[in-house]
Design a protein around this ligand. Structure first.
Ligand code: DX5
Ligand code: ZN
Length: 223
């Protein structure tokens, strides 16, 4: 099970300290939300900030590109230290080419799906990706309420994973706190992004340990 605190909920005035806090917490991945003010109605940060943080943590850098034209940013994020880049299936017929391009940089590739989008759209790409991100809120902002109707999509993707034997992660993102992480683990998720749920905790290490314990106990994706 992968626990991935999201930088979106960090204290931006203390970014280096936040990197150290995440490192010391025992978290596996560091989730970096990139918003372009077009694909989503918000703007977050860019490659320069990722590069600034890179030397201050050993965590795996998981870049989530909520962008209309993510391809213009791939190279800059790889140079900045991205180890995985996730694009959205809502980009339509450009998805296949973008997956190939990300793969060409030698980093992992993720494909995300928004709550209103048909989960069938990710199916053709399952053999080409390392991660399927089932969004459990409409992307753009941290601190939103988990959308329970997305759980059946996690179950469906997990069923496809079992049937196909493909090894991709099933990641969930949006409103993930202890209880919702457990629900997603029970549906087949193995990779848990949490902004508010983890980063706002006074003791990040114990929150990460607690989330890990709970998803391991509730998880079906262990075999
Ligand atoms: C939402 C982002 C998330 C965000 C989650 O648009 O993709 O990664 O950081 O924040 P919480 O965990 O607060 O819902
Ligand atoms: Zn995200």
């Amino acid at each position: 099970m992968i626990i991935a605190p999201s930088l979106l909920a960090a204290d931006y005035g203390k970014l280096v300290d936040e990197c150290h806090r995440i490192d010391a917490s025992g978290a596996d991945w560091f989730h970096l939300d990139i918003m372009d003010g077009n694909f989503v109605p918000n703007i977050s940060f860019g490659p320069a900030m990722v590069e600034t943080m890179r030397p201050h943590t050993k965590c795996f850098f998981d870049v989530h590109l909520m962008c209309l034209k993510p391809e213009i940013l791939f190279e800059a994020f790889v140079r900045a230290g991205a180890q995985s880049m996730t694009i959205h299936v809502e980009l339509g017929d450009r998805v296949g080419e973008m997956i190939e391009r990300i793969r060409g940089f030698g980093v992992k590739v993720g494909l995300a799906v928004n709550p209103p989008t048909d989960i069938e759209l990710v199916r053709p790409w399952l053999g080409m990706v390392d991660l399927v991100l089932v969004m459990t809120v409409n992307p753009g902002f941290g601190g939103q309420k988990f959308m329970g109707e997305c759980v059946r999509k996690i179950e469906e993707v997990y069923r496809w994973k079992r049937e196909s034997g493909f090894g991709f992660h099933i990641q969930v993102d949006g409103g993930i706190v202890m209880e919702t992480a457990e629900i997603c683990a029970g549906a087949g998720a193995d990779n848990f992004v949490s902004g508010t749920g983890l980063m706002k905790s006074a003791d990040l290490g114990s929150a990460v340990r607690e989330m890990r314990r709970r998803v391991e106990a509730a998880g079906v994706a262990l075999e």
